[in-house]
Design a protein around this ligand. Sequence first.
Ligand SMILES: Cc1cc2nc3c(=O)[nH]c(=O)nc-3n(C[C@H](O)[C@H](O)[C@H](O)COP(=O)(O)OP(=O)(O)OC[C@H]3O[C@@H](n4cnc5c(N)ncnc54)[C@H](O)[C@@H]3O)c2cc1C
Length: 498
Amino acid sequence: MTQKLKKIVIVGGGAAGWMSAAFLARQLDKDCEIKLIESSEIGTVGVGEATIPPIKQFNNLLGIKESDFLKSTQGTFKLGIDFENWHKKGDRYFHPFGRFGLEIDYAPFHFFWLRNQADGVNKPVEEYSMAWHMAKNNKFAHPSRDARSVQSTFDYAYHFDANLYANYLKNYSLKLGVKHQEGKVDEVFTHPESGFITNVKLSNGDEVAGDFFIDCTGFNSLLLGKTMGVGYQNWQKWLPCDKAVAVPSQLPNQILPYTRSIAHQAGWQWQIPLQSRLGNGLVYSSQYMETNEATETLLQNIPTKAISEPKHLSFTTGRRNEFWHKNCLAVGLSAGFLEPLESTSLHLIQSAILRFTTYLPSTDCYSLLAEQYNRETASEYEQLRDFLILHYKATAREDSEFWHYCKNMQIPEALADKIALYKHAGHLTPEADNLFKHTNWLAVMAGQGLKPDQLPGMVTHKQNIDYTRTLNGLRKIMIESSQSAPRHNDFIAKYCKS
Ligand SMILES: Cc1cc2nc3c(=O)[nH]c(=O)nc-3n(C[C@H](O)[C@H](O)[C@H](O)COP(=O)(O)OP(=O)(O)OC[C@H]3O[C@@H](n4cnc5c(N)ncnc54)[C@H](O)[C@@H]3O)c2cc1C
């Protein structure tokens, strides 16, 4: 007989495990026990420090106070990502959070920017982004709630220590009654007829039974991948990086309110400022770069002294064929992996657990719920994948085998169509449910030098608008407005004291 879920077992205590536990504990009544098993012997992946704006919604849903969370996780504010050397060596552009400009006469802002460019005003599109003006001056203030103000046009996310975040959510979850068991799961048992997971056995002999199991075992994917045999789609032909080396370094004088992403010969380097240190890493393709060379490249390009030994990680970009199978859901790295270029992994955890809660099953796990969940999640992964591929494909670099490959690779048809449409006359077509909107696609397309062959029809016909005056005025207000904001360092110091 179908019944409400009485016991959900989460295996894994990284960010995925504790984000899932915290959210379920907050949402579900006490009739449903939530138990999390983690193994300190195995440990967590321990990286994952940059996020995107929807993380604020997640924390809000948990009722977390922002200043308390930032204090506990060494967090800082993030207004976007500065990309260096991606289009050409020496070039840079900014991918801001929030909007470019303002809507003028119901038309997309970038139509006017393109028209202005055609008229000979050579200002990059980021000059019309409030987030960029704050970022380049190392400023931060919360966005205004007044929709008429340019201060309302930007958005923000955070940088934080992923281990501290998991720990913060662990304390939060335990307070809400989540049961915690330390131990390594050695065996997973399934029902001989239904194929449902019945229980897991730990190395100390303890057995834990449940109605539903959430696999948060990281790249291991012990439950969904290894036990249930759900296969993996490998996307390396489009996203060829498969390794990373990470090292924290001393805190620089300035805590930048943005992530830096610097392209190198066979990959790219991240710099993520926290309150206590700088997070650094190099994501690279082992086909084009040896481990020693990657480590040296990273160590030579960090701006402050390393404070621990470099840590090496391997991954395969892609996703599971299904994310939810029978009574098992994979969340986090066990579900799939997209490299951290646009800081989307923690978001995929958030979105998975919110979606699962929406489709929360009874004990029979009605198969259409899982099918719907799987369809939506697959589409989300694919949209994000295509956005990441754009960064590599739209390069003009051919100075190494790696970049030569990226520039000339075949790409998914949907992405090829998006690029073609923009190149034709500046049109952008993210799907309505796409996490990344016009601003995001435009930032990368324009930043990496894609130019439409002609202007959008709408602005070739439009009359009575002095484009240059309108855009100059907007830019001026943004510059003035950013100047009045406090310095990021000062803002954090004051905010985290309160
Ligand atoms: C190089 C790199 C950089 C990244 N940067 C970012 C970023 O900037 N932003 C972002 O959003 N994301 C980033 N990520 C992704 C992010 O780190 C992960 O999404 C996040 O940490 C969640 O990991 P997880 O919890 O799925 O897995 P893990 O952290 O690996 O946790 C797995 C858990 O499962 C447990 N476990 C495994 N096997 C067993 C077992 N048999 N028994 C019991 N317990 C078990 C482990 O002990 C651990 O607790 C990055 C990832 C990599 C590789």
